[in-house]
Design a protein around this ligand. Structure first.
Ligand code: DC
Length: 221
């Protein structure tokens, strides 16, 4: 039976993870959060106290195991979902995600995880690089104010208290870095549908995507 792949890309805080997770659960697909994988590698590097500016020191990636259970990322068997949201990880993840060797290895793993499965995958390079043949592609955007607000509440719900201005600044910095890196930057796939989520509730965006997928499955447009 053919499998269905849904790619969701966009800048930090556009609501990708929350939306992708809900779409996956509604459709009974597996959910793969690729940002969580870049964060986990950053977390491991910080714990190992390696020099983050030295790409070669990241060879530990080849002995790192990733698995997702109900959308939650386990690294080397440990649930790292909370630890990867800490400020230290957020501050350094763009640098780590700019290393070609790190990206190549994580993309291999992401493609293996998605192979032969009904999957929703979110990130920055999914639609045009990781899953270029995905059946459905979406690019989510939102104003910087909205995105900072969401990240603030997101953190709060995870028990992490943060400062709004710091979040805004960090999002700006991360967007700039993620969009301007040389290898597979944050970019919209040519055939992705853009959804501005600034004035939409989470369920409205989820509804739009589900409706679009179902209509295309039935009517083929
Ligand atoms: O979605 P997020 O904020 O958790 O992502 C964390 C970082 O990982 C983000 O700053 C950019 C990077 N990333 C990436 O470069 N490619 C992806 N496919 C996913 C995330």
């Amino acid at each position: 039976m053919p499998h269905t792949q849904i790619a969701i890309d966009g800048p930090a805080g556009a609501g990708k993870s929350t939306i992708a997770k809900l779409v996956a659960s509604e459709l009974g697909f597996i959910y793969i959060d690729t940002g969580a994988m870049y964060r986990a590698i950053t977390l491991k590097a910080l714990r190992l106290k390696i020099d983050l500016n030295n790409e070669e020191a990241f060879s530990f990636i080849y002995e790192t195991n990733f698995s997702f259970k109900d959308g939650t990322l386990f690294m080397d068997g440990e649930d790292v979902s909370r630890a990867i949201r800490e400020d230290d990880v957020s501050k350094n993840v763009s640098l780590v995600a700019s290393y070609i060797s790190v990206r190549k290895e994580l993309v291999n793993i992401q493609q293996d995880l998605a192979d032969d499965k009904d999957v929703v995958m979110d990130g920055r390079d999914i639609g045009y690089h990781v899953l270029p043949n995905a059946d459905y592609k979406y690019y989510l955007t939102a104003s910087i104010e909205k995105r900072a607000e969401r990240r603030f509440h997101d953190n709060l719900s995870r028990g992490i208290k943060s400062d709004m201005d710091t979040i805004k600044e960090e999002i700006r910095r991360r967007d700039h870095f993620d969009s301007n890196r040389e290898y597979t930057p944050l970019k919209k796939a040519d055939d992705a549908k853009v959804i501005d989520t600034s004035h939409l509730a989470i369920d409205e965006v989820v509804g739009l995507i589900i409706q679009n997928v179902r209509e295309e499955e039935v009517y083929g447009f």
